[in-house]
Design a binder for this molecule. Structure first.
Ligand SMILES: [Zn+2]
Length: 61
């Protein structure tokens, strides 16, 4: 598992939460950041624990 990325990820996995996102597969809820128009859960590799990487916004912070 590689934590570092040179792709210009802002904030990294420990960034500021911007919204609440819900996994479209299992319904798990995460604090998320907006990234390129998608939602990315904070503290993960960008995917839900179920393996899904699609999240829908529940509540804007
Ligand atoms: Zn899920």
């Amino acid at each position: 598992m590689v934590e570092r990325s040179e792709r210009g990820d802002e904030g990294g996995p420990g960034g500021e939460p911007e919204a609440i996102g819900q996994c479209t597969e299992c319904g798990e809820v995460y604090a998320v950041q907006h990234e390129d128009g998608d939602l990315r859960p904070i503290g993960t590799d960008g995917v839900c624990e179920c393996g899904n990487d699609v999240f829908e916004s529940v509540t804007e912070l």
